[in-house]
Ligand binder design. Sequence first.
Ligand code: BDR
Ligand code: CA
Length: 367
Amino acid sequence: PVPVWLDCDPGHDDTFAILLAAYHPGLKLLNISTVHGNASLDKTTNNALSVLAAIGKQHEVTVYPGAAHALERAPIHAPTDIHGESGLDGTELLPRPQTAADRSVSAVDAMAAALRATEPGTAFLVATGGLTNVGALFLKHPDLAAHIRGLSIMGGSIGGGFTPAVLGKVDGKERIGNYTPWAEFNILIDPEAAASLFENLVLAAKTTLIPLDLTHLVLATQEVNELLLYGPDAGVKEGRGKTDLRVMLVELLNFFAGTYRDAFGIVEGPPLHDPLAVAIALIGTEWEIPFYDFDPKSTAGERRHERFHVKVETEGSLEDALKGAKTGQTVATLLASGKEGVRIPRGLDIAMFWKVIEECVSRADEV
Ligand code: BDR
Ligand code: CA
């Protein structure tokens, strides 16, 4: 299995990232670090421990609390109308933590030691929160950029030629960000950390970015809820499938659906951003979920693996950004064919993705 370290801020969608990383047979979850973001660091750490308890992995996976604020900025937490007061509202079935976080070493050093202990060129680092811990990791341990196989980041928004994120319009123009018209939340909360990753060319060539343009194609619809609640045996619903874990996960999705409906007017279901970044670690294995790396509007003959240079806008404060500055925007420039750079998938096999998620729920249910 591919060794994976998950850095996250649970978070409704982070919960599914943890589930996928912990229960996919093609992945070996090394451990988890937490970061400020969807809520304060204390809350995201608490939530990570609770999720591990809910899925029966609390004794196998350790949680290391990381940064409580950005490298150079005060903390920004997601508005409570997205993930609720706790960062993971919407269900009574989430257990309290059954284990404690490990505070004997810093998250950055725990991550470095775990990654360094893997065979060179095998491990994936997956980031589904603000990039403070991951930025600090490569600043302190720069050799790890050459050591790992890949870095996968849920963050950013590209817009333009990409499948547009369905986030409405501002002054008649397409809105590409979620937190501000230009910026996606994970990048905006620590743009300096994000910029330091994309400026590291050794790392950028191994980085996959999963922006809103992609995550907004993967909505947890009513049909998905049914699959997760009852399992794949469509039609035989009475007394089948439905367990406390399945109910809890669907209650979390329903809460997330409500916030996306109210905040963004998205009625089909909420985008399940974070587990897509975990799924990237399966690429090149027998478990690969097909992601495609070309403009869907190109003709079959023109289709090629696109790579990008990504620049993060670091100018401006949060206040500036809320008034319209482009702080936290990810600007992606297509590189000439054959050049190394950041991978930004344009699409994927969505049905297969949900099937894989359901299989992980099913495995967790057997524990
Ligand atoms: C990202 O922000 C968080 O609210 C989600 O968990 C996801 O990681 C989407 O912008
Ligand atoms: Ca997240």
